[in-house]
Design a binder for this molecule. Structure first.
Ligand SMILES: [Zn+2]
Length: 515
């Protein structure tokens, strides 16, 4: 069997017993060893490959929270504030005013095809000083063709009157359908329950787009472009079609990443959902890893939909929304935990964190389970006392570091204020307490790029250049661990990825520059 040895300027292994090396030997897709060439030669005949001799090698990045939607959302029109690259690497210019948004929609509305909805994504009105984005702005683009604009957070949708009529929203009594003083829908739909009638009426579901082999390929391509070798799809429907697509895409030997889907638990009854995941695990192979269950409890802070403890939001509404009654989440945690599965739980606000810590406490009191690795996702506003509970419960965190850059300015001035911004995404505190954690991008919410995510965690700079919370900065090496071994741990895959150690997959990322 051929042994290939790659030489490097330096190899950061993330293996504490041997943190750095000069050569890595690979056989049959796995790491044979890291060490000086004369030691590696003891394995017998080796082929030396010097193409990375002046480069830095690190373990392949592990993106612990992103969505395959990144591969399908680009089928629709991008309306975000920041410049962004699509999976093919083409750059789309950010839109800085509501007028620019309207203009781009106008350019794409066309004259014909009046029945097909125009779907766009990436918009976040908070950057426009909260200029009202509602049905009137979209009606000015078209009165007849349905227009659907998905918010950058994916938790809110804006629709025009043609869509309101088609989906029958006027007479529908649902909490997230926002209405004006006359009781008419404004065209703003908050959270998934309110968005679903639109998906049903227009016969599309932006979240189902990921059940498509081509979308999965584009997603994998976008990940690989950023040095990611293992990527999650952290809210997969796990319908028959979705599972088939995942199996088909990853069956190709040249599929360029390992893919880790998590069941969207809110779409399933807990018993059926547990069985679904258990059955899917039988299909696991080197490039496909089922086993995770995802719960989404609250919304997003920048939309004022995350659930916050006192004193609530700095400006705007008092509190956010639950995606289901807290009792439902409590019961789901008990059921999936009892079934022996691993939960990944979206908790943005501190009230949501507290609710889930209570649920985990109850679950672990009833069914003790060491090394469960239940992971709280985002945890943007987690308190110090809650972090101590995370330690005691043996839970993991995946911290949304990119958020500081994209919404930090807004949090400082509008949603949270100075004090709570200091503890936003508290990676250093998690590190001090010995909590296992990853950091993530939540693509397509923010761009998929672990090196950028690591920069966010080390610099904590907002888009306008303000630093939020010096005390929560982590070192570059610690950030590198969070985008490799830390994330791998939260996926229960640290036995095979996340560091460069003998026996693990030879997933290696080459850094172009070493500084
Ligand atoms: Zn997400």
């Amino acid at each position: 069997m051929t042994v290939t040895v790659y030489t490097a300027k330096i190899i950061h292994t993330m293996n504490p017993s041997q943190p750095v090396g000069q050569c890595v030997a690979i056989r049959d897709g796995r790491i044979l060893g890291v060490g000086p060439i004369e030691q590696i030669r003891r394995f017998g005949d080796v082929t030396i490959d010097d193409r990375y001799a002046d480069k830095v090698l690190v373990p392949g990045f592990v993106e612990g929270h992103s969505h395959a939607l990144e591969g399908s959302v680009w089928n629709h029109l991008y309306l975000g504030y920041f410049d962004r690259r699509d999976p093919e690497g083409d750059r789309w210019q950010g839109l800085k005013t509501p007028e620019a948004v309207q203009k781009r929609l106008m350019e794409h509305i066309g004259q014909d095809d009046a029945d097909t909805p125009l779907v766009a994504w990436g918009l976040d009105p908070i950057y426009f000083d909260d200029a009202l984005i509602d049905r009137r702005l979209l009606d000015a683009v078209s009165q007849t063709r349905p227009i659907v604009v998905i918010h950058a957070s994916l938790h809110v949708m804006f629709v025009n009157s043609a869509t309101i009529a088609r989906a029958g929203l006027n007479d529908m009594a649902l909490e997230g359908i926002i209405r004006d003083e006359q009781g008419r829908p404004t065209g703003v739909l908050e959270e998934f329950a309110a968005m679903h009638p639109v998906f049903d009426a227009l016969e599309f579901d932006i979240f189902e787009g990921a059940s498509d082999v081509r979308a999965l390929q584009r997603y994998a391509q976008a990940a690989r472009r950023e040095g990611v070798t293992t990527v999650t799809d952290l809210l997969n429907p796990m319908s028959d079609a979705a599972i088939d697509a995942l199996r088909e895409a990853t069956a190709a030997p040249d599929f360029p990443v390992r893919l880790v889907p998590a069941l969207n638990a809110l779409a399933w009854d807990a018993q059926a959902g547990s069985e679904r995941v258990q059955q899917a695990i039988a299909h696991n192979h080197e490039r496909l890893h089922f086993g995770l269950v995802k719960l989404v409890t609250d919304g997003a802070i920048q939309n004022f939909t995350a659930r916050l403890q006192w004193p609530g939001y700095l400006t705007g509404p008092e509190n956010g929304v639950w995606n289901a009654p807290p009792q439902t989440f409590h019961d789901m945690v008990q059921q999936y935990h009892q079934a022996g599965l691993q939960l990944h739980i979206h908790t943005n606000g501190d009230e949501a964190v507290g609710m889930i810590l209570d649920a985990l406490d109850d679950a672990l009191a009833l069914w003790s389970r060491p090394d469960h690795r239940h992971t709280l996702q985002h945890v943007q506003l987690i308190h110090q006392d809650q972090l101590r509970r995370v330690v005691r419960l043996g839970a993991c965190l995946n911290i949304f570091a990119n958020h500081i850059y994209y919404w930090g300015d807004i949090h400082l001035s509008r949603t949270l204020g100075f004090d709570r911004c200091q503890r936003l995404e508290p990676a250093a505190s998690a590190d001090r307490m010995g909590i296992e954690f990853g950091i993530h991008c939540d693509a397509p919410v923010t761009p998929l790029s672990p090196l950028f995510t690591a920069w966010c965690a080390t610099e904590r700079e907002t888009a306008s250049g303000v630093t939020l919370g010096d005390a929560e900065k982590i070192s570059r090496l610690r950030a590198l661990q969070a985008i490799t071994l830390g994330a791998a741990f939260t996926l229960r895959m640290d036995d095979r990825i996340g560091s460069l150690e003998a026996g693990k997959f030879a997933d290696i990322t080459v850094l172009r520059r070493s500084t």
